[in-house]
Design a protein around this ligand. Structure first.
Ligand SMILES: C[S@@+](CC[C@H](N)C(=O)[O-])C[C@H]1O[C@@H](n2cnc3c(N)ncnc32)[C@H](O)[C@@H]1O
Length: 347
């Protein structure tokens, strides 16, 4: 979701700041600072070790290999999805945000240095990397912003997407969930523009595809699209907070899809409350499949929760093969995109 550049910048700036601090000290002060710095580093090491230990035990979590199935999708379906994307581009602003929508840039390492001035929202479902390049060539979008408003002194903008890309959706349905959703009920938690639902209707024979979306503007948008493209035979929208629909998760759903639903949309305590609720409800249905982007481990950690503790006794991971040559001419960035998709089964 985020570019790596700001992280590198932060590391380089920290190194510089550290060396500057050292340069200010005389010999005596240096000794005192030296012992302080060593004990501070020891403490940080201890914390890091604890986290990596958690991750390692997470790795020990029960896992299963994916069965390697692949479900083709014909060109006509891809063209129909392409038409819907074109239509949506005309219906939503360039940033694909709802009027008055408030998103919070997370206060995490991944997004350090991101702020309203250097961050743009570009919807990954509506615009591929190639589309962004084309828009930049046409002068309708920029990849950089000016640091001092008068020169070539520019820095790269940070791009954030709130929807799954077409390639991620293809991987999700054609590989991760291949042959697993026929006659099943699929729930997309936080369905936004409806990307997961429209592609699910086109690519699969799911019995029902239910989008739950808290934002009314997006609910109306999706309902219009579903009517217009005659998808109401199998697609429906519930305009609610997911916390109001426990039985959807504990009884009705066979597959629950969650693409970074809460991180940009709620403060940490709410995110933690919702994750515990999701665990509680989905735990009631053994065999239920969860698809998350990015991994559940990452999302729980970003929410300030222990993935090790929460995932124990809840899910096992079904390891996916991202490198199976599923799609032609895939580049490194695209590989990274599909590597966001993870599959789990409730135990
Ligand atoms: C990152 S977007 C996911 C978009 C979509 N699922 C996709 O993959 O293209 C998250 C969406 O979840 C919605 N949302 C956030 N918290 C929610 C909640 N508690 N219940 C329902 N929807 C929620 C937000 O309004 C936002 O539109």
């Amino acid at each position: 979701m985020a570019d790596q550049q700001p992280q590198l910048d932060t590391v380089e700036k920290s190194k510089d700041a550290f060396l500057n601090l050292l340069a200010q000290l005389n010999d005596e002060q240096f000794h005192e600072f030296d012992s302080f710095a060593r004990s501070a580093l020891d403490e940080y090491h201890g914390q890091l070790h604890q986290h990596s230990h958690e991750d390692a035990t997470n790795e020990d979590m029960e896992v299963e290999q994916h069965d390697g199935s692949f479900q083709p999708v014909n060109d006509l379906k891809m063209m129909r999805l392409g038409r819907m994307i074109k239509d949506l581009r005309a219906k939503v602003p360039m940033s694909a945000e709802a009027p008055g929508e408030k998103t919070v840039i997370p206060n995490t390492v991944e997004f350090s240095g991101f702020n309203d001035n250097n961050t743009v929202h570009v919807d990954g479902f509506l615009f591929s990397e190639e589309d962004v390049d084309e828009l930049c060539d046409q002068g309708k979008m920029s990849r950089n912003y000016c640091l001092d408003c008068q020169s070539r002194n520019v820095a790269p903008l940070n791009f954030i997407s709130h929807s799954a890309s077409v390639l991620q959706l293809q991987f999700l349905y054609q590989v991760a969930l291949a042959n697993k959703v026929k006659d099943k009920v699929v729930v997309d938690v936080g369905s936004r523009l409806g990307a997961v639902l429209y592609s699910g209707h086109l690519f699969t024979r799911a019995k029902r595809l239910i989008g739950v979306e808290i934002n009314e503007w997006f609910c109306e948008l999706q309902k219009d699209m579903i009517r217009k493209y005659k998808m109401d035979d199998r697609v429906e929208i519930q305009c609610k907070d997911i916390q109001q629909l426990p039985e959807l998760l504990s009884k009705q759903a066979d597959v629950v899809i969650m693409n970074n639903v809460f991180q940009f949309f709620s403060e940490l305590p709410i995110q933690q409350q919702i994750w515990k609720y999701i665990r509680e409800q989905t735990s009631k249905k053994s065999g239920l499949l969860l698809v998350t982007l990015p991994s559940l481990q990452e999302q729980l950690k970003e929410a300030g929760l222990s993935s090790n503790k929460l995932m124990k006794g809840w899910v096992k991971e079904i390891k996916l093969n991202y490198d199976g040559g599923w799609f032609e001419d895939i580049n490194e960035d695209e590989l990274e995109e599909i590597q966001q998709v993870h599959l789990y089964k409730v135990i």
